[in-house]
Structure formats: structure tokens, C-alpha cells
Design a protein around this ligand. Structure first.
Ligand code: SF4
Length: 295
């Protein structure tokens, strides 16, 4: 295998805080973080812009699919580059972060957008400094009352959730944090501590899992993940059908198999443990519900 060739398409990063004690080659953390030659093979199901964002970007680093929400991509950098991710546009030489003028323009756009919520995403918005993150949040207020931070950092780099960061976020309520765990093995002691720190500070935390072949396309694994999240006071909000990005074919589950799995999950879990199963289609219309959660 050529790590260099794969990494030239999509970077590779393996922080110790995420891998923890992962030693077995079939550990889900390794399987989703290690590069694989199959990423270089084109698949008939590949969709270059799988969730239809490109036509809905009014300016660089901004996506607007809905009137009431604006998505800001604060960086392209992440603590782990998940091999199934649909945001793989890391062209050699291209900027990994907005320029100062792009940063100001995107915040100005969001402030004047009339949206009720802004979603800070990336990349991982917690791959930037506390000061820069707080600057973004403060620049959005008071026009934007609710800010969501979509981050995998509590899972992939739990050391990032420092008491100081939590205190800064608490001071800027209402902030909602949406994390992204796919498998119960990711809920290591440092991850539990990071999630508890957020929840104890009164910051609502929700999880979005991605349905991944060979990782969590198993009712026992998903049930354990969701039940454990509930014990950690994290709401298992969404189960995402895998986006068909070029390079991630090895992780895709068919829609029929996903529906079947979800029905079995539904029969197993209580209302607060059951995520809503969604797909984000390439027409840019936003998430469509395949299976409803809370009941
Ligand atoms: S942390 Fe999020 S944005 Fe970054 S590679 Fe993983 S899924 Fe994609």
C-alpha cells in the first residue's frame, strides 16, 4: 500500500488520544483512520459532490441550504481524517483555513443572513484555537442567538476539551455541541471525561453516527453505542446513511440493508436511545428522514 499516494488525496492523522489502546488491526478506530489503497479506486456509485453543497455556497467557506440556518466551515483541518468522510477536498497547495478577508466576509454574511442558527463546522471547528473560535461566536452575536459546534474533537482528541474551553463555551450559551461517535469502542475513559465536562457545564451534547460497513452495520454495536451515549447524557440524535463520496465505497451500506438494520434497532431501543436515520441527498435539499427516532 502507498500511504503517500492515498495521503496526497486526503491527509492521514492518527492522534494517540483517539487510538488509545487500539492494538488489534480490526479495531474500528484503526479501520476508519488508517489509509487504504481502495480509496484510490473509482467506484460506479461515487458522487463528486455527494450532499450537493457546491451550488449552495454563496461565498467561500459558507453553505446555505436552509433559510433559518447557515453552515460555516471554519477550517479544513481535523484531528483525525476519517477515511469515510465526504469532505475530502484537500488539494495540494490549497488553503486549509480561510484567509483574513474570507473569515470576515463569512461572519458578516452569517450575521446579515436572517438565520436563527449558525452551524460551525469544517474540517473540525475545534482544530482552531480557542481565541479564534470565540472570535467567530462573538462576531455572530447578537444577530445569531443559537450556535452549533459540529465537532469530532471530544471523540478523536478528548484532550482538546479543556476546562478553559468549556468555560468559554458556557459563557457564550446557548451553544449546542454535536459530536460524532460511530462505535462504542470510541467511548474510552478520556472521551467519557470530555463529554461529561461539556454536559456538566450545561452544554447540550448530541451525537451523529455514520452507518459504516464493517464498522457499525450491526444492530448489537449500534444499540450498545446508543445506550452508552444515553448513559453519558448524550442524545443519539442522528444515524447518517453514508454519503457516496469518491474514495469511501468500502464503507457504504445499501439503503435496503440500512432500513432493515434500523427496523431491528427500533425494536431494541427506547425512545431516547433511538437516533433518527437520515440521508443527505446529492440534490442539496438537506437531510431526508428514512426512519424516525423519538416516539
Ligand atoms: S473529523 Fe469530521 S470533517 Fe474531519 S474527517 Fe472526520 S468526519 Fe470528516
Amino acid at each position: 500500500m502507498s500511504w503517500e499516494r492515498v495521503a496526497a488525496q486526503f491527509p492521514v492523522r492518527l492522534p494517540r488520544g483517539y487510538l488509545g489502546d487500539a492494538m488489534r488491526p480490526d479495531d474500528p478506530r484503526l479501520l476508519t483512520a488508517l489509509p487504504d489503497d481502495r480509496e484510490l479506486i473509482a467506484d460506479a456509485g461515487d458522487i463528486p459532490d455527494p450532499v450537493g453543497e457546491q451550488a449552495l455556497s454563496p461565498l467561500p467557506w459558507v453553505v446555505r441550504k436552509h433559510d433559518d440556518r447557515v453552515l460555516l466551515l471554519l477550517t479544513k483541518r481535523c484531528h483525525v481524517y476519517c477515511r469515510y468522510c465526504f469532505r475530502r477536498d484537500h488539494q495540494p497547495g490549497a488553503a486549509e483555513d480561510p484567509s483574513p478577508s474570507e473569515w470576515s466576509a463569512m461572519l458578516r454574511y452569517a450575521r446579515g443572513s436572517g438565520a436563527k442558527e449558525v452551524i460551525l463546522s469544517g474540517g473540525d471547528p475545534l482544530a482552531i484555537s480557542d481565541a479564534r473560535l470565540c472570535d467567530a461566536i462573538d462576531s455572530l452575536r447578537p444577530e445569531i442567538p443559537v450556535v452549533r459546534i459540529h465537532t469530532r474533537a471530544p471523540i478523536t482528541f478528548p484532550q482538546r476539551i479543556t476546562p478553559r474551553l468549556v468555560s468559554e463555551l458556557r459563557a457564550r450559551a446557548p451553544i449546542w455541541v454535536l459530536v460524532h461517535a460511530n462505535h462504542p469502542v470510541e467511548l474510552s475513559p478520556p472521551v467519557r471525561e470530555a463529554l461529561s465536562r461539556l454536559v456538566d457545564a450545561g452544554i447540550p451534547v448530541l451525537n451523529q453516527a455514520v452507518l459504516l460497513r464493517g464498522i457499525n452495520d450491526d444492530v448489537d454495536v449500534l444499540a450498545e453505542l446508543c445506550e452508552e451515549l444515553v448513559r453519558l447524557r448524550v442524545f443519539p440524535y442522528y444515524l447518517h446513511h453514508t454519503d457516496a463520496a469518491p474514495g469511501n465505497a468500502a464503507f457504504r451500506v445499501s439503503l435496503d440493508a440500512g432500513r432493515d438494520l434500523y427496523q431491528r434497532l427500533r425494536a431494541r431501543l427506547s425512545g431516547i436511545a433511538l437516533p433518527t436515520y437520515v440521508i443527505d441527498p446529492p440534490d442539496g435539499s438537506g437531510k431526508q428522514v428514512i426512519g424516525h427516532g423519538l416516539r
